[in-house]
Every structure is written in structure tokens, then in C-alpha cells.
Ligand binder design. Structure first.
Ligand SMILES: Cc1cc2nc3c(=O)[nH]c(=O)nc-3n(C[C@H](O)[C@H](O)[C@H](O)COP(=O)(O)OP(=O)(O)OC[C@H]3O[C@@H](n4cnc5c(N)ncnc54)[C@H](O)[C@@H]3O)c2cc1C
Length: 479
């Protein structure tokens, strides 16, 4: 029987894992996960990864497969294990983008050098990334035509598992213990995540079902942070605990299964709105695969000249949620506490950083990378370039969100703000979006001392907007 090593990366699951499934049909299997060199600092997403790996080990053991865990440089580890276990083939799902560890090409290069077989599978996106092309065979730069093309394409059906697996014998000592991967190294901060999250493949599927029965019919309210009408599947998608194709197929199935005509109209409308959001993820992967330097370079090159401010004090106030703009502060404090904020609030806080404070989007991107439990390189890069206006399909820089209006619109009674800013609990709703306008007597009644118990705004909106536009004027195309 062929001896096959299955390399797990951002696909930490057993359901719809084409590389694992095919390896099971083709020979004896050794599942492997390699943690790359330890980081200086633990990231929020490392907490999720740690528990997802424990879950993967359990799910694999139910299939009679051991999980080998290793750490270090991917190529060196692979080289050593291929030799130790007399591996004849590597099967893996394509990653397309360069994340931590080695790229698809580097692993391919190693297999070629060692003269062993390598097989790549499509698993992490809805469609093969290079299948969605314009009539001129180019990749799309704008989302809407990409989406129109995607819905005409065949969404890959989830792969089926073999009846049973044959494992390559592995002594327990050949694998590191999960603690040795050091994913929770000295982290006091991430311990609180257990209150909010339950990693695991089965839980991801349960969450999808809960979303379908409770929130999907109200997905049009997804922008209201206090209503929580989104799936919250992002951390599971980021580590691959659930596959996007499983989600797509389940939503389409739900549309077909809904018998009552009125319910069906609602599910179809909201279902498509949700799938469109899910397709943004494919779009982000395609953009990063085609423009790998987008992590550090603006896609619109004129943004290279933008006069960003290097103001550590303003950045610090933003990170801590002390800007004096309640919706921004609530978002940044929720992020620190739970590792997650909804898409609307991400847009509001990110826009505040790059427009009101004129701080480089790469600083914000790095902070999100550290603090988001669902950190996903493609989505994060695309999200920041979208908000900045430097992406190909992006909010124009000159359209500056007014954080007070955004809060009035998406958190009208201040429920969300008061959930995260306890110091504003007793402030009447009429003032919760702009405490600075509160009359002295009401401030007293609400036990609020501006500048002491809650900050005064660190910049004035109208002035900040004008300064942002003046800065943008310098880099406008054609200037
Ligand atoms: C500045 C900024 C940074 C972001 N960084 C990340 C990140 O690191 N990781 C991440 O997963 N998402 C990121 N997003 C996208 C989006 O905010 C999250 O995917 C979404 O809020 C996750 O919540 P959910 O799973 O409940 O979403 P749902 O609305 O339930 O959507 C389901 C899934 O669709 C995908 N999706 C939804 N909206 C988007 C979008 N705008 N762009 C790309 N994919 C989307 C996600 O995979 C999401 O889990 C970022 C957005 C912005 C504006």
C-alpha cells in the first residue's frame, strides 16, 4: 500500500477534506500538522488553533488515525518525516496564499527533489481560484462581476470519505504534545476566550444549524451589532474547522427544503445575501493569490505617497478604545475582550483609524492580526485595503464615515455601546452617541466625568474629515 503523508494547514477538519479522503482510498495515511517557528507574541487566533488541534486529534482518532504534530521549518520537518516513515506521497489541500510556513510551490519543489508523488486538492474556497476569470482571462478586480461569474460556476461538492482508513504506524513519541507547540505561551489575555468560544469541528456544524434556524431569516439586520444576526463562523473558517462548500451546500439545501412559500421567499433572499458575503472570502483569496504583496503594499499604488501620521499616542488611544467616540471604543473593547467584532463595527473602527486619525492601515492590520480570533490573512488584508480605499474594489477614501451617524443608525438605542462601555450605563440614550454634548447636570446624574471616567474626543469629526480630504488631495490619481 502507498504510504501517504497528509499535511494539514488551514483545513483542520475531517469532513470535506479531499486530501485526507483521497489518501484514505489510495493507501496508508499519516496526518501531520506543523506549527511554524514560535512568534514573539501569542495571537488571539493561536488560542483557537490550540483547541482546534486538540479537536482534530480526537476526530482523527475516531477514524483510527493518529495526528502527528511537529514544529519548526515546514520543509525541514517534512524532509525528516518523509525519511523516517518511508513516505511515498504527500497529499494536501491547496492554500494558494503564503501564510506561515512553506508555500504550495516550496512543498512541490521538495517532493520533486525527493522524487515522491505530490497531489494537491481544492478544499478551502468555493471554487477553484483560477477558474473565475474575465472574458479576457484576467482575474477580477471588482467584486460584483466576480460574484455574478461565481454563481454561474460549479460550486465544488463536498468530498466523500472512504469507508475506513489505514494508518501508518507511529509511536506516540514521534509526535509532540499539543502543549509543546507553545500556542498558549504565557498568555493570560486569551484565557477569557473560553467564555465566548467553543472550537471544534462538530461545534462548527452545530453553529451553522443554529444560524440557519435562528438568524438567517434576519440576515438583513447583520449590521446591527447588538442583534447578533451573523453566523460567527469566521474563526472556524479561518482554521478550516468547517469548509465553505459545506456551508454553501447546506444553505442552498435549506432554500429548497423550506416548504411554506412566504418562509421560502425570505430564506432565498437572506440565503443569497449570506452566500454573497461568503463569496467575499473567495474574492479575498483570489486577490491575495494574484497580488501576494498586498499584505504590505497598497493595491492602488498612489497610496504609497499618502502622508500617514506616525502618532503612537493616537494609535494607543484607538487600540485601548479611548477615542471618545463610543461606537469606536465599544468596538475596540469588544475586540480585546472576545477577539471578534461584526463587519460593520470592523469598518467603523478601521475607517476611524485611517481617516480620522490618518494612521497607516498596516498598523491597524497588524493589530487585527494580533487580536482577532478569526484572523485570516486574505480577509484581513482585503478588509483594510477596502476601508482605506487602496484596494481595487474599495470604499473611496473621500467617503469618510461619520462615527456618530454610524452609531445612531446601527445602534440606535445604544445597547451595544452600553454593553462594552460600562461607564456610559446611566447616560440617557439621547446622549450616548456623543457624550460631549451632554449637559453638565445630566453628566452628574449619570456619574460621568468627561476627561476622567470617559475620554473627550481625541479629534473633532468635522476637522478630522477636512484634514483627511486634504491629505487625500495630495495623492489623488493624476496629481
Ligand atoms: C478591516 C477588516 C478586517 C477584517 N478582517 C477579517 C479577518 O481577519 N478574518 C475574517 O474572517 N474576516 C475579516 N473581515 C471580514 C468580516 O468582517 C468577517 O468575516 C465577519 O465579520 C465575520 O463574522 P461572521 O462569520 O459572523 O460573518 P457572516 O456575515 O456570518 O459571514 C459568513 C462568512 O463569510 C465571510 N465574510 C463575510 N463578510 C466578509 C467580508 N467582508 N470579507 C471577507 N469575507 C467575509 C467570512 O468568512 C464569514 O465568516 C474583516 C473586515 C474588515 C472591514
Amino acid at each position: 500500500m502507498k504510504r501517504i503523508l497528509v499535511l494539514f494547514r488551514n483545513d483542520l477538519r475531517t469532513i470535506d477534506h479531499p486530501a485526507l479522503n483521497q489518501a484514505g482510498r489510495d493507501g496508508e495515511v499519516l496526518p501531520l500538522y506543523i506549527a511554524n517557528q514560535p512568534r514573539q507574541q501569542v495571537h488571539a487566533s493561536d488560542w483557537f488553533l490550540h483547541y482546534q488541534l486538540i479537536d482534530l486529534k480526537q476526530s482523527l482518532s475516531e477514524l483510527n488515525l493518529p495526528l502527528c504534530m511537529a514544529k519548526g521549518d515546514t520543509i525541514s520537518v517534512l524532509r525528516q518525516l518523509i525519511d523516517q516513515f518511508k513516505i511515498e506521497a504527500i497529499y494536501l489541500n491547496q492554500m494558494h496564499i503564503e501564510a506561515d510556513g512553506a508555500s504550495d510551490q516550496a512543498i512541490s519543489g521538495l517532493a520533486k527533489k525527493l522524487a515522491i508523488q505530490i497531489k494537491f486538492f481544492e478544499a478551502n474556497t468555493l471554487v477553484s481560484l483560477h477558474a473565475i476569470l474575465t472574458h479576457q482571462n484576467q482575474h477580477y478586480k471588482v467584486f460584483t462581476p466576480f460574484w455574478k461569474r461565481l454563481i454561474q460556476a460549479d460550486i465544488i461538492k463536498p468530498s466523500s470519505a472512504p469507508a475506513s482508513y489505514h494508518a501508518i504506524d507511529m509511536a506516540e513519541s514521534s509526535s509532540l504534545k499539543i502543549e509543546q507547540l507553545n500556542l498558549l505561551k504565557d498568555s493570560i489575555w486569551t484565557t477569557k476566550f473560553a467564555h465566548y468560544w467553543e472550537p471544534g469541528e462538530k461545534h462548527a456544524h452545530r453553529l451553522l444549524e443554529q444560524f440557519i434556524s435562528h438568524a438567517l431569516p434576519h440576515y438583513n439586520e447583520k449590521d446591527y451589532p447588538s442583534l447578533a444576526m451573523t453566523s460567527m463562523l469566521s474563526p472556524y473558517l479561518a482554521v478550516g474547522a468547517i469548509s465553505p462548500r459545506v456551508i454553501w451546500n447546506r444553505i442552498v439545501e435549506q432554500m429548497l427544503l423550506t416548504e411554506d412559500q412566504r418562509d421560502r421567499i425570505i430564506i432565498e433572499k437572506q440565503g443569497w445575501a449570506f452566500l454573497r458575503q461568503l463569496a467575499w472570502r473567495d474574492f479575498a483569496y483570489q486577490q491575495l493569490a494574484v497580488y501576494p504583496d498586498a499584505k504590505t503594499k497598497p493595491l492602488k499604488r498612489n497610496f504609497n505617497q499618502f502622508p500617514w501620521l506616525q502618532d503612537r499616542q493616537l494609535f494607543d488611544a484607538w487600540q485601548k478604545g479611548e477615542t471618545g467616540y463610543p461606537i469606536v471604543d465599544a468596538g475596540m473593547r469588544e475586540l480585546w475582550e472576545t477577539g471578534w467584532i461584526n463587519n460593520r463595527v470592523r469598518m467603523v473602527v478601521a475607517s476611524f483609524l485611517v481617516k480620522h486619525l490618518r494612521i497607516d492601515w498596516r498598523w491597524g492590520q497588524a493589530w487585527f492580526e494580533e487580536t482577532l480570533i478569526d484572523h485570516d490573512q486574505a480577509n484581513n488584508v482585503l478588509g483594510w485595503q477596502w476601508v482605506t480605499g487602496s484596494g481595487f474594489d474599495a470604499a473611496p477614501y473621500f467617503r469618510v464615515f461619520n462615527p456618530i451617524r454610524q452609531a445612531e443608525k446601527f445602534d440606535p438605542d445604544g445597547t451595544y455601546i452600553k454593553q462594552w462601555l460600562l461607564e456610559l450605563t446611566d447616560l440617557p440614550t439621547a446622549y450616548v452617541h456623543h457624550p460631549i454634548k451632554t449637559p453638565e447636570m445630566i453628566l452628574k446624574q449619570a456619574n460621568l466625568e468627561l476627561g476622567k471616567t470617559y475620554p473627550t474626543p481625541i479629534v473633532e469629526h468635522e476637522q478630522a474629515r477636512k484634514q483627511a480630504l486634504a491629505a487625500y488631495d495630495i495623492i489623488k490619481e493624476g496629481k
